[in-house]
Design a protein around this ligand. Structure first.
Ligand code: ZN
Length: 310
């Protein structure tokens, strides 16, 4: 960090994942000033809190002034304030947000990965210039969050936009003869089991292909292979329907797509053709664009969450 970059109004964002936690230090214009990554302690809660405290202390020592703090969490925080996480066992049933704020002795903004993604893209990314920005993640999991004029739409259970766990329509189940797959959430037939990286891989086998990674299924589709073409068409159709449902609920101005599948160029040429089929005639569908910040959206969006004026 160079001395001339040190300002009193630094913003810290921490993106916590199942294996690593990353701290980003940003200036007032959200330019990255410093980045630090450490392993995420997953077994001992005190170690987990200590790791966050360590990152913030390091940043404070460098910037010489306590910055604002926002944290992106890989879990649900239920209405009692308790965390529910599948990949960081030590935080389960803990009053995570309270405990972190107590440790850091300052206000801390919290959000999940789709919330930090949506904020990052809405404020300085691909959603710039639009009012209602729906950030949609399609990768290992499927999720979304809505921002209006740079502010996150928050809901009672903080679950609004969890379209990955909506159930696929009977139309698609019958059109593609799909079994209703069991989901980790306890439901069956969840969209995420068909429209995600793993979902595309499964669809490929459903249409007769041998097990193949998602990006290779896309490559096979581009090469004209029949099973891959059918799998990708099914993927696009269910995704277009899912996005159309979100349009019926939220009517956003733009949909920004991130996550591991967002680099597939065909999403941006093909989804706009398919989405209107699931909307009323004459309705103007939102623009569908790729995320600008990719993997760095986690820390960037977390930093925005930490701003007190938000
Ligand atoms: Zn589910």
């Amino acid at each position: 960090m160079t001395p001339n970059k040190i300002r009193e109004n630094m913003q810290y964002g921490i993106d916590i994942g199942g294996t690593k936690m990353e701290l980003g230090v940003f200036d007032a214009q959200l330019n990255t000033v410093a980045v630090q990554r450490i392993e995420t302690p997953t077994k001992d809660y005190d170690e987990f809190l200590g790791a966050i405290e360590f990152l913030i202390n390091e940043a404070d020592n460098q910037t010489k002034h306590p910055g604002s703090v926002g944290i992106g969490l890989p879990c649900i925080v239920n209405m009692d304030g308790k965390a529910v996480s599948s990949n960081i066992p030590c935080i389960n049933n803990k009053l995570l947000c309270n405990d972190i704020s107590d440790r850091l002795h300052r206000y801390v903004g919290f959000g999940n990965d789709s919330e930090t993604f949506a904020l990052s893209e809405a404020v300085y990314g691909a959603g710039r210039g639009y009012s209602k920005v729906l950030g949609v993640i399609v990768g290992t999991g499927v999720n979304s969050a809505l921002c209006e004029d740079g502010k996150l739409f928050s809901s009672r259970n903080r679950m609004a936009g969890e379209w990955g766990h909506a159930i696929i329509s009977a139309v698609h189940q019958q059109r593609y003869n799909l079994p209703l797959r069991e989901c980790g959430c306890g439901g069956i037939g969840c969209v995420e089991r068909y429209v995600s990286g793993k979902g595309l891989e499964w669809l490929y086998t459903h249409f007769g292909g041998s097990p193949l990674e998602a990006q290779k299924v896309v490559a096979a589709m581009r090469a004209g292979e029949e099973q891959a073409t059918r799998a990708f068409e099914c993927f696009l159709d269910i995704m277009a329907h899912g996005l159309a449902q979100l349009v019926l609920y939220y009517d956003p101005d733009v949909i920004v797509i991130g996550g591991g599948i967002s680099n597939v160029a065909e999403l941006y040429s093909e989804l706009p053709k398919r989405l209107p089929k699931y909307l009323f005639k004459g309705v103007k569908a939102p623009d569908i664009v790729a995320a600008e910040y990719g993997d760095s959206s986690g820390v960037r969006g977390a930093a925005i969450l930490g701003r007190r004026d938000d």
